[in-house]
Design a binder for this molecule. Structure first.
Ligand SMILES: [Zn+2]
Length: 246
């Protein structure tokens, strides 16, 4: 699912195109379109004040509700045991209940998880935030609830980073679903100058292994950062291949 928008690095023209083109060419992937989220769905994660503020800009509002709707759709697909990737923008992990920054407006992860819980589809989740930047919004909205485990791995280079992510997953209590705040700005040729394309593949595989062993294959991911437009498609595909166990 996809939506286009805005002038920040997270929404700039060209950012999603390489990913759309890469995935469109691949016969194992189906691009589907989402409906916008409803006010009720967004208000599970945010204050009325924040939602009203976003609505003041009609173009931004349209895109933010579409991104949150894409997150919900990806989460719903995942509850059936099918992997899904939300190719959405604006991103969401820096959006807190009543404030937002870092190119984020609505917290897509939180809107989707709280929707799935309200529908009785899940009660608990592991949130693997592998963006270069810790998702303070995820922590603000979900962090006080012990049924949500949030982890932002750390480590120099593929080996240390992946070992840290694996340790956190191994130490996790059982949960109903795993979701990634999937940022690709740790990439070696992006802001973080740290991870290879293969590392994103391995992160996908780690999530798939976790999901198969611990939560009936329920796994999905939502796009957060990643500013090397040329390689973003390649890195997203590598991650998605891992996420589906390939
Ligand atoms: Zn980031």
């Amino acid at each position: 699912m996809l939506n286009r928008y805005d002038s920040t690095p997270a929404g700039a023209p060209g950012r999603l195109e390489s990913a759309v083109e890469t995935l469109r060419k691949h016969s194992d992937y189906t691009l589907i379109e989402q409906k916008p989220a409803t006010d009720e769905q967004v208000l599970r994660a945010h204050t009325q004040n924040l939602v009203e503020g976003v609505k003041r800009d009609s173009h931004l509002s349209k895109m933010a509700f579409l991104a949150a709707g894409g997150a919900i759709l990806a989460g719903e697909i995942a509850t059936k045991g099918e992997p899904a990737f939300g190719l959405i923008r604006p991103p969401g992990h820096h959006a807190s209940m009543d404030s937002h920054w870092g190119f984020c407006y609505f917290n897509n992860i939180s809107v989707s998880l709280l929707h799935l819980r309200a529908m009785g589809l899940i009660d608990s989740a592991f949130i693997l935030d592998f963006d270069l930047h810790e998702g303070d919004g995820n922590i603000n909205i979900l962090g006080d609830d012990k049924r949500f485990v949030i982890y932002n791995p750390d480590g120099d280079g593929d080996k240390r980073y992946l070992a840290d992510a694996k340790r956190a997953l191994d130490e996790s209590p059982d949960v109903d679903i795993i979701v990634a705040s999937a940022g690709f700005d740790q990439y070696i040729d992006d802001w973080g100058s740290n991870l290879s394309t293969d590392a994103f593949h391995r992160l996908g595989l780690l999530m798939n292994d976790f999901a198969q062993e611990r939560c009936d294959g329920r796994r999905y991911a939502l796009l957060e950062g990643g500013y090397n437009y040329k390689d973003l498609g390649k890195n997203i595909l590598a991650f998605c291949e891992g996420l589906r166990g390939k």
